[in-house]
Design a protein around this ligand. Sequence first.
Ligand code: SF4
Ligand code: MG
Length: 448
Amino acid sequence: MSEIAAHSSKINRTFLKVDAKFPFCKGCGHHHITNAINAALVKLDLEPRRVNITSDIGCVGLVDTLFEGVHSFHTTHGRSTAFATGVEIADSILADSKLKNLVVIGDGGAMIGLLHLVNAAQMNVDVTVILYNNFLFGMTGGQNSSFSPLRFITATTPGGNIIPPIDMPAVLKGANAGFLARKTATDPDLADTIAEAIAHPGFALVEVLELCTEYAVRGNKIRGNKLEEVDPGSIAELGVLVNRRDRMEFGEAYKTKSVQPAPVVKSSGIEPRYQNTLEKRVGFVIAGTAGERVQFASYMLMQAAVLSGANATQKNDNPVTQGTGFSLSEIVLSRDEIYYTGIDMPDVIVAVSEDGVRELAAKGMFEKANADTLIICDNTLSLPKCSGKVVELPLRKRYMPAGAAFAGILTAVKSTSILPILAFQDIAAMQKKPEELLSIIEHVVGGI
Ligand code: SF4
Ligand SMILES: [Mg+2]
């Protein structure tokens, strides 16, 4: 009798439901592994409410339902480790870090969600994965998995598997996992190894080789207690393969050294010092070419509005290439708080290049304009047919392409009088090179 079995019988305790009826086929290795998990939990004498079992898809997805008093949840195929990682991080960083997170996953799930296992090992989250490896997809009809040994006969490899299996401990060793073991379901000390894995402070995985009696026996002539003979060439070493504690568990590392709370930066803020005359929410759409300071000019409009006591939002858009094509900003100004930043009907459109006109057209802005929309555009551009009051000016020629958007915005503000020009002067004066901006302001408004 193993140490665990002796311990369990002595304290006469179980984490399994008293009337738990294992739903697995006769002879299926899931019986052994699930019993070993129970024995390991008993050995560690954990409080059930401090245990969370996350199950994956497949016959293994029934395992968590057999336990009582523990937390459990059933997840999508291959993602159980990612879910458990999230639970563990929440517990270790936001709560008291007393939860023991177990994952029960089959070889099919491990194949589908391999990177989640690699990530969890890399992070060294305190998650223990029990990999029920029966070399095939059992629940769906016995198909080959990435863990099927060479020459293994499955529903999809009737002539024998020709692709070498993934060596999971080797992969996770490469991801710096702290505890890795490979056992067979009938190993008498399986529960001890699982208990060791659960007790390990950080990521641990126990791969347990087992037999799907429904699909693996036919054709493969194997026995559950002789799994190491399936293919000695493709089932590598058994036992505890890695046991190291030189890495800090993720939650501890997060709390103690990796991530310090960001220093509180006192916002320089903008204290209003002027009055706006906004009578309603006003939407500006400003469009030009990337690299011609369209979004910067729009930002100055937003800052001038805030300096004048208004609320303001800015949404920028440009192609993924950033430095080519159009550049566009949507600015909303309002006396009230702004909860919706979209512009369904533009009050002001500023168009300073062909790229900008094309994008405005693509966004349907000209169609959305109405008779009251003020459209300021460079006089070299031809606009699509639209409603609105169009003002054509030699913006690019007079203010250079880099000053055209700012001049267009100032023209609109001057025409509508919604913001004081003094606010723009103050904002311009705060920039690194204010002279050029101040000269545009002076030219557009004719001096103040
Ligand atoms: S189908 Fe295979 S893995 Fe599923 S319960 Fe039956 S023997 Fe076990
Ligand atoms: Mg399987």
